[in-house]
Design a protein around this ligand. Structure first.
Ligand SMILES: *Cc1c(COP(=O)(O)O)cnc(C)c1O
Length: 338
C-alpha cells in the first residue's frame, strides 16, 4: 500500500484504535461469519467517536487559515457538536453550536457537555432550523465578522471534502488491522448519518486498495440521499485537493432500518444494545450504532454477506446518546430486579 500525502492534521484522536474479534457475538449472530469491531468509540473520552477523525483535519485547516471560532450545527444531542466544542476548547478556539430543537429544561448528554466546554449555543425550533439552516449559519458567521473575528462554518457532521480525510486516513489503519488479523477481505458496516464517514471509508479503501467492501446503514433519509451525498463529498474532495489518484467510488447503502425516524429506536434495537453490552461488554447507542448493528444482524441472517468470512462493524461512538434515552431502557428493571 502506498501512503498518500495527507493534508495537515492536529492530533486530537487516540490512534490507532483496536480491531477486536467478537467471539460470542459471532457465535450468536454471525451465521458462519467472523464478526469484528473497529473501536472508534475509543478515539477519546469527550473527544470520542468518528467525528474526531474528521476534526483533526478541520481544526488544522482552521488554525492554518487564522480562524478563531468554529460554528457548526446538528440535533440537540449531536455527537459532532459536542466533539467540536471540545476540539475548539483544546485548540484555544471559540465554538458556536446551532442546534435543532427547543432549549431543554434539563440539559443532559451531549448538550450539557457542549455547555461545559464553553460553547455558545443557539437553539431553533425544528421547522425553522430545517427551513433556514444555511442562513442561520451565515448570519452567525457575519455576526462574528462584524466583531473582527473569523468564524469557520463546519457543515453537519463535519462531512465535506475536508472532513472525509479523517476516514480516508483511517483506511491506512484498517489496512494494517486486516493484515495483523490475517483477514484477506472483509465487509465493513458503518452507521451513516451525514455521509462523511461512509464517503471517507469508501474513497479510502479504493485509494489504498484495502480489501474492504464498505456499507452504510442509514439512520435517517434514504438510499438515494446517501448515494448523492457520498458522491457530493467525494466531488468536493476532488475539487479542493486536486491531483489525487483517479479511483472509482461506489457507495453502498443498506436502507430499511431508520424505523420511526432519526433518533427513535425500536424496542428490538434497544434490546439488542442491552444484549450486546452483556454479551461482549460493548456498548452501542440508540441513535446510530445500535440501529446499524441491528441492521447488520438482520442482513447477516438474510445472507447478504455470503461468500465473505469476515465482517467488520465500525463502532463510531455515541455513548452520551444513551443517557438522554435512559427511560427507553426500563425493560431492564424487570431483569435486574431479580
Ligand atoms: C455522526 C455519527 C455517525 C454517522 O457518521 P456520518 O459521518 O455523519 O455519516 C455514526 N455514529 C455516531 C456515533 C455518530 O455520532
Amino acid at each position: 500500500m502506498s501512503r498518500l500525502a495527507l493534508p495537515q492534521r492536529v492530533a486530537l484522536a487516540q490512534r490507532p484504535t483496536p480491531l477486536q474479534y467478537l467471539p460470542r457475538a459471532s457465535e450468536r449472530w454471525g451465521c458462519g461469519h467472523r464478526l469484528w469491531v473497529k473501536r472508534d468509540d475509543l478515539t477519546g473520552c469527550l473527544l470520542s467517536g468518528n467525528k474526531v477523525r474528521k476534526l483533526e483535519f478541520i481544526v488544522a485547516h482552521a488554525l492554518a487559515e487564522g480562524y478563531d471560532t468554529l460554528i457548526t450545527c446538528g440535533g440537540l444531542q449531536s455527537n459532532h457538536c459536542r466533539a467540536t466544542a471540545f476540539a475548539a476548547a483544546q485548540a484555544g478556539l471559540g465554538a458556536h453550536l446551532v442546534l435543532r430543537g427547543d432549549v431543554p429544561t434539563a440539559p443532559q448528554g451531549n448538550y450539557l457537555l457542549g455547555q461545559l466546554a464553553g460553547a455558545v449555543i443557539s437553539c431553533y425550533p425544528k421547522s425553522r432550523y430545517v427551513a433556514e439552516l444555511p442562513g442561520l449559519l451565515d448570519g452567525w458567521r457575519a455576526h462574528y465578522a462584524q466583531q473582527g473575528r473569523k468564524a469557520l462554518v463546519i457543515p453537519t457532521g463535519g462531512s465535506d471534502g475536508l472532513g472525509i480525510w479523517g476516514y480516508v486516513a483511517a483506511c491506512e489503519e484498517l489496512h494494517d488491522d486486516l493484515r495483523s488479523a490475517g483477514i484477506e477481505a472483509a465487509q465493513l458496516v458503518t452507521a451513516t448519518g451525514s455521509g462523511g464517514t461512509q464517503a471517507g471509508l469508501t474513497l479510502g479503501a479504493a485509494l489504498y486498495g484495502v480489501p474492504l467492501t464498505v456499507w452504510g446503514v442509514n439512520v435517517c433519509d434514504d438510499e438515494a440521499y446517501f448515494l448523492g451525498k457520498v458522491a457530493a463529498d467525494v466531488a468536493d474532495w476532488r475539487s479542493r485537493f486536486p491531483g489525487q489518484p483517479e479511483v472509482a467510488v461506489t457507495a453502498r447503502v443498506i436502507d430499511g432500518y431508520v424505523g420511526d425516524g432519526y433518533g427513535v429506536a425500536s424496542s428490538a434495537v434497544l434490546q439488542l444494545i442491552a444484549e450486546l453490552a452483556a454479551l461482549e461488554g460493548l456498548l452501542l447507542d440508540p441513535v446510530y450504532t445500535g440501529k446499524a448493528f441491528h441492521g447488520l444482524v438482520q442482513e447477516l441472517q438474510a445472507g447478504r454477506f455470503e461468500g465473505t468470512r469476515d465482517v467488520v462493524f465500525l463502532h463510531s461512538g455515541g455513548v452520551f446518546g444513551v443517557f438522554p434515552q435512559a427511560d427507553q431502557f426500563q425493560f431492564l428493571h424487570a431483569v435486574s430486579g431479580g
